[in-house]
Design a protein around this ligand. Structure first.
Ligand code: ATP
Ligand code: MG
Length: 355
C-alpha cells in the first residue's frame, strides 16, 4: 500500500483523501485543528504542522509527503525532504509562501506579471500593497488610488514585510491547473474563469468561455515555465489576469486549488486524483472536460438551500464538515451540463436557490 502524508487536513486534504481511496492509497494528515474535514477519509495526527514527533511519524510511515496549504513551516518540510520525497519540492512551496520570492521567480522564469516592487512603492493608476506572507482570500492586502499615500496601508507591517503592485485593469480573471509527474511529463486542464466577491472566489466557469487555442497555449506556457523553473512534481494552480490576448500571472498555489474543484465531476480526471498520480509516480490522467461546468462556493454562515440544489440536474453538492463562520468556505456546488445554454439555465436555478 502506498501511503501519502499531507500537511494540512482542511477541505483540500479531505478531497485528496477521498480521491486516494479508489487508488488504494492511504492518507495520513497532520492538522492542529480538532476533527478536521479530512478525517472522513484520512488518518489524522492532531499536531502543529511543525511538530517534531508528528513529522517523524510521517517520515517513517509515508512513501511521499505533500501539502494542502502553502503556509507550512519551511524548516519542517526541509526536515522531511531529507528523509522522504516531498512533492512539490520545498523550494516550490517556499517560493509560493513569499510574494516577493514568487515575483522574483516569475521574473527569472520569464513569466509576465503586474508591475511590482518590494516595499511600499506608488504605481501610476493605483497601487495594491500586499503582505509578503500569510494572505489568502484577499486578506492582508489594501489598495490606494492614484495620488494616495501608501503609508496608511497595512499599518502593522514594515516595508520589508510587504510588496506593492500596480493595479491591473484586467478584463477577467482566469486560472490554469497543471500537473507534472516524476518523469517530467505534464498535463494541463483547460483555462477557467474565476469570479471574486470581496477577494473571495465565488464562482468558476469551466472551461472559461471564449478562450482561443492561442490563449490556452499562452497559459500552458506560463505554467510550463513555472514547472520547469522549480522542477515541480504534483498539481499547481496559476492565477492569471486576462487583457485581450495578454495574460499576466498573479500568483501560484503549489497544491490543488479551489478553481479546480469542478474537475471532480467536470473532467475525466479530478485535480485531486491527478495530484496523487503525479506525486506517487503513476501515469497522469486525461484532463479533458466532460461537458461544461460551473462551480459555486458555499461561503459563510448558512448553507441554506444547499440540499435543494440537488434537485437540479447535473448539480453536485460538496460539504466540508466545517463550522459555518462569516467569509469561510464551507462547501461548494458543481453543476455540469452538455452545453453553455443548459449550464446557464441550471446555474441560474442553483444560484437562486442558494441566495
Ligand atoms: P486567494 O488566496 O483567494 O487566491 P490572495 O489573498 O492570495 O487570494 P491575490 O490572489 O493576490 O490574493 O489577490 C486577490 C484578488 O485581488 C485577485 O483575485 C484580484 O481580484 C485582486 N488583485 C490582486 N492583485 C491585483 C492587481 N495587481 N491588480 C488588480 N487586481 C488585483
Ligand atoms: Mg489569489
Amino acid at each position: 500500500v502506498t501511503t501519502v502524508g499531507v500537511l494540512g487536513g482542511g477541505q483540500l486534504g479531505r478531497m485528496l483523501a477521498l480521491a486516494a481511496a479508489p487508488l488504494g492509497i492511504d492518507v495520513v494528515v497532520v492538522e492542529p485543528g480538532l476533527d478536521p474535514p479530512a478525517a472522513v477519509a484520512a488518518e489524522v495526527i492532531q499536531a502543529p504542522y511543525g511538530d517534531a514527533s508528528a513529522l517523524a511519524v510521517l517520515a517513517q510511515r509515508c512513501d511521499v509527503v505533500t501539502v494542502e496549504l502553502e503556509g507550512v513551516p519551511i524548516e519542517a518540510l526541509a526536515w522531511l525532504e531529507d528523509r522522504v520525497p516531498v512533492r512539490p519540492s520545498v523550494a516550490a512551496v517556499a517560493a509560493a509562501q513569499d510574494r516577493l520570492a514568487e515575483k522574483e521567480l516569475f521574473a527569472a522564469a520569464g513569466i509576465p506579471t503586474a508591475p511590482w516592487a518590494p516595499g511600499r512603492v506608488t504605481f501610476e493608476g493605483g497601487t495594491i500593497v500586499k503582505a509578503r506572507r500569510g494572505g489568502y482570500d484577499g486578506r492582508s492586502q489594501e489598495q490606494a488610488g492614484p495620488g494616495h499615500d501608501l503609508a496608511a496601508l497595512l499599518p502593522g507591517l514594515d516595508g520589508g514585510e510587504v510588496i506593492s503592485e500596480g493595479v491591473v485593469e484586467f478584463e477577467r480573471e482566469l486560472s490554469i491547473i497543471a500537473a507534472r509527474g516524476v518523469h517530467g511529463e505534464t498535463a494541463c486542464y483547460p483555462l477557467v474563469e474565476n469570479h471574486h466577491t470581496r477577494g473571495i472566489l465565488v464562482r468558476t466557469l469551466a472551461p472559461a468561455p471564449g478562450c482561443s487555442a492561442a490563449l490556452q497555449a499562452a497559459a500552458e506556457g506560463i505554467a510550463g515555465h513555472f514547472l520547469d523553473a522549480t522542477g515541480y512534481i504534483g498539481v499547481v494552480a496559476v492565477e492569471l489576469f486576462q487583457t485581450g490576448d495578454d495574460l499576466l500571472a498573479n500568483e501560484v498555489a503549489p497544491r490543488v486549488h479551489n478553481s479546480g474543484h469542478w474537475t471532480i465531476e467536470g473532467a475525466v480526471t479530478s485535480q485531486f486524483e491527478q495530484h496523487l498520480r503525479a506525486i506517487t509516480g503513476l501515469p497522469l490522467g486525461a484532463t479533458n472536460p466532460v461537458g461544461v461546468s460551473a462551480m459555486v462556493n458555499l461561503i459563510g454562515e448558512g448553507v441554506a438551500g444547499a440540499v435543494e440544489v440537488l434537485a437540479v440536474p447535473g448539480a453536485h453538492l460538496h460539504r466540508y464538515g466545517k463550522a459555518p463562520r462569516p467569509g469561510r468556505k464551507v462547501g461548494h456546488v458543481t453543476v455540469v451540463a452538455n452545453d453553455d445554454e443548459e449550464l446557464a439555465a441550471r446555474l441560474a436555478v442553483v444560484e437562486r436557490v442558494l441566495s
